[in-house]
Every structure is written in C-alpha cells, then in structure tokens.
Design a binder for this molecule. Structure first.
Ligand code: NDP
Length: 449
C-alpha cells in the first residue's frame, strides 16, 4: 500500500474517492500534482511523510447557517463557510467570496491554491478561503449590512489576528469588509487587524485595493522581460471589471500598454485604439461606486458592446484573465493564438482550464499562473497585518515598492524551479514546486500533525 513512488493517476483516483462531486477541487489539485509528483519522487522524505495527501486535506471545514431579514421583512437563510486549509507557515489567510453559486467545492479549490500562493509571497501566511451563497448584487446597503453582521456573528468564533485573517474576494469589497469588521469589533470589544482590505480610516493599507491587479502586471512585465519583450505598446485585453481587472487595466495603461477590451458577466466592450486613463477612472467610479454595468461604459464612450461575449475574441498581444474560474477554455486559447496573442497572465484564480493551459504551453504562449501572478493581493494584505501590528502606516510609494520586490521574487522562484535543461521556463511547474517546498518542509518539521 505504501509505495516508495507516487503515481499521478493513483493519487488522483484516491482524491476523487475522498472528495466526490468536487470538479474544481479535482482540477486545482491535478494541476499541482502533475508538477510536484515528479519532484516528490526525487525527494523520498515527502513520500514517507505522505505530505501531498496531507496537503490536499483541509485542516478543517466550517459551515454554518446565516439568517437575516430583507427590506420587506422576509427571513432569508444562507450558508456560510470557512475552509481553513493549511496553517503550517503562518495564520490562515484568504478571501471571503459572496456569490449565489458558491459551493464547498469552489472554496476547497481556492483554499488549496491559496496554500501555494501564500507560500510564494515569502511572507508567513497560511491559507484559507470562505464566503457564502449570498449574492450582494441587487441588495440594498441595509440588506448587505444585516447579512454581513449575521455572517460575522458566527464567523468571529473561528477567526482572530493570530488565527485566521480573512479578506475580500468576488462580491466582497470595501463595503462588505467594513460591515464585517464593525460587527467583529463590537462582539470582541477589541480593535484588532482581523480582516484585511479595511478602509484607510480604520487600519486599512494603501495599495491593498490595487495590489492584485498591479502585482499581476508586474509579474507579466517580468515574464516578458525574461523573454526579451516589453509591455509598453502592447495591445491587451482584460476580462472582468471588478477589483482585480480595474487595477490591472490601470497599471497596463501606466506602463504604456493599450487596454482594448474589458467585460463583466453581461458582455464586453471593444475599443480598438485603447481606453484612456480618464475613461478608466470613469469606469472605476461606475463599478465601485455606482455599481453599474459595462454596457454603460460602452454607451458613454461610443465603443462597441458585445452582449454575452468574452474578451478573448478580440485581437490582442497580451491577455489578462481577471474575472473568474474557468473563463478561458481551449476554444478561447485557440482564438487568442490565432489572433497573435503572445502571453496570458492569470489575475483571477484558475481562470484557465487545464486543456487551455496545456495548449498554450505547447504553442509557446507565455503563461503566468494565478498562484504566482495574482499573489500581490495577499502580499499587501500581509503588509496590512504588519502595519496593524506596528500601529503605523506605510506610504503608497513604500508599499508599491515592496509589492514590486515581492512580485520579482516570485518570478525568480518560478525561474529557479521551472527552468528545464534546454532553458525553457514552465511557470506552472516553477510556481507549484516553489510553493510546495516551503509548506512541505514546515510540515515535515512538525512531525505527524
Ligand atoms: P469582483 O467581484 O470585484 O469582480 C469580479 C468581476 O468578474 C466582475 O466584473 C464580474 O462581473 C466578473 N465576472 C464574474 N463572473 C463572470 C463570468 N462568469 N463571466 C464574465 N465575467 C464575470 O472580484 P475580484 O476582482 O476581487 O476577483 C476576481 C478574481 O480574482 C477571482 O477569481 C478572485 O478569486 C481572484 N482574486 C482576487 C483577489 C483580490 O484581491 N480581490 C486576490 C487574488 C485573486 P459582474 O459584476 O457582472 O458579476
């Protein structure tokens, strides 16, 4: 039963049996297992300690009922979760997602991915993910507040500044974090850095809002430079128009790239000459403040709006996948390649299907995987925690400098573990092995726990 070599198919069969009907979790593990099993087989200490089996089992899964009252006085019932995946190298850390289709499967995939991403940041951060099947879209502020308060009334028992520090994710922005932090503070009677992504008035960090998008562009820039290219002058498409997408677009424009298409779940706009910084500022206000639709942007600036259409159909040299999981499939990858795309960077978590990743790697399209490329968000969250502990605030310049340094270090780790004998770089392999090694070695040190 205990072989001295791990076999990918047997390992995945066991994982499927233990976690039936969880296709996203299977996909996330498969991607990592493909890269790390050959490495593990060269390092028998990991096989003997059954490290990969242990890493694919969350430390704990918490699920709870969330009741709240809507504006009409009806009682609503949702489900809340926190999946505390691995705290070997630091307290649990990872976002909360509010989306009507949220399942435990999605949270297990996200928590697993977070383990590797947080390890890559070089900061002492463990991994978790949580959220609810509550959909804030179309709810009044008061409804969102009542939901967040009820959600935190249960969640507060399981988190803490040295235990588990949640942040935002899809559907959880500054408004939701504020309501949850307010409720936590009220219940614990303590002002602690227990959430990140907080408002600047109460312990938030500058550059946190921008961090994931900026970091994704910094990573893409490093990857391009490594291959003798530059971002300046390149035509880019960015999927989504949420937190990650908006600030990815901002940094692309700042570095001289052209953003020709963006989207939301209703469709995409196409502006072949690229949008301006002022137009982007208008879009940020539309999305963050007025909570409008991307079609309003197209209407305002007279560009084409393509209903129910993804951005991958528009010609580009660089593609930034910043909306949601599995949004870029094999068909999209083929379209991108046919239109001359040379690089794809994942700002979202697992936005590219496994088939699409393999296709792009075969065709030498540069590919920056999420756990490396989008680690800037959690990195600045880590810096928010440091600032909270020290009771001080760093400047925008200081934070952006630190973020840039971390993204370069992550890129360097990908080179260290991802370069083959011919000098080719497999960023997926590099990120997976580098992320794995640090957590695995910490787990080995603890013995059997
Ligand atoms: P937001 O909720 O701010 O934005 C999500 C965006 O994606 C919205 O524009 C949304 O459109 C769009 N979208 C959602 N589903 C679809 C779909 N099926 N097709 C097309 N567009 C879609 O989320 P974030 O920007 O925070 O997160 C985006 C991704 O980045 C997620 O994968 C998240 O896990 C990941 N991530 C986020 C980090 C962060 O710091 N926020 C850190 C690291 C990763 P609509 O408004 O119409 O729903």
């Amino acid at each position: 039963m205990f072989s001295n070599q791990l076999n990918l198919d047997e390992f995945m069969l066991g994982l499927h049996k233990r976690n039936p009907y969880e296709p996203e979790f299977h996909q996330a593990v498969q991607e990592v297992a493909q890269s790390v099993i050959p490495y593990i087989n060269r390092h028998p200490q990991y096989i003997k300690a059954r490290i990969l089996e242990r890493m694919t089992e969350p430390d704990r899964v918490i699920s709870f009922r969330v009741c709240w009252e809507d504006d009409e006085g009806h009682i609503r019932v949702n489900r809340g979760y926190r999946v505390q995946f691995n705290n070997s190298i630091g307290p649990y850390k990872g976002g909360l997602r509010f989306a009507s289709n949220l399942t435990l499967d999605t949270l297990k995939f996200l928590g697993f991915e977070q383990t590797f991403k947080n390890s890559l940041t070089t900061l002492p951060l463990g991994a978790a993910k949580g959220g609810s099947d509550f959909n804030p879209k179309g709810k009044s502020d008061r409804e969102v507040m009542r939901f967040c308060q009820s959600f935190m009334t249960e969640l507060h028992k399981h988190i803490g500044a040295h235990t588990d520090i949640p942040a935002g994710d899809i559907g959880v922005g500054a408004r939701e974090i504020s309501y949850m932090f307010g409720q936590y503070k009220r219940m614990e009677n303590e002002f602690r850095g227990v959430l990140t992504g907080k408002g600047l008035e109460y312990g938030g960090s500058l550059v946190r809002k921008e961090a994931t998008g900026f970091g994704t562009v910094f990573f893409a820039e490093e990857m391009l430079k490594e291959h003798g290219h530059r971002l300046e002058g390149k035509t880019c498409v960015v999927s989504g128009s949420g937190n990650v997408a908006l600030y990815t677009a901002e940094k692309i424009i700042e570095l001289g790239g052209k953003v020709v298409a963006m989207s939301d779940s209703s469709g995409s706009f196409h502006a072949p000459d690229g949008i301006t910084k002022d137009q982007l500022i208008w879009l940020i206000d539309l999305k963050e403040v007025r909570r409008g639709r991307i079609s309003e942007f197209a209407e305002q600036f007279g560009c084409e709006f393509h209903k129910d259409t993804k951005v991958w159909q528009f010609p580009c040299q660089l593609a930034f996948a910043c909306a949601t999981q599995n949004e870029l499939d094999l068909h999209d990858a083929k379209t991108l390649l046919a239109n001359g795309c040379m690089a794809v960077a994942e700002g979202a978590n697992m936005p590219t299907t496994l088939e699409a990743v393999h296709f792009m790697q075969e065709k030498n399209v540069l590919f920056a995987p999420a756990k490396a490329a989008n680690a800037g968000g959690v990195a600045v969250s880590g810096m928010e925690m440091s600032q909270n502990s020290m009771r001080l605030s760093w400047s925008t310049e200081e934070l952006e400098r630190r973020l840039h340094v971390i993204m370069r270090k992550i890129h360097q780790q990908c080179l260290t573990y991802g370069r083959d004998d011919n000098g080719q770089i497999d960023y997926v392999q590099g990120a997976n092995i580098a992320g794995f090694k640090k957590v695995a070695d910490a787990m080995l040190s603890y013995g059997v726990v």
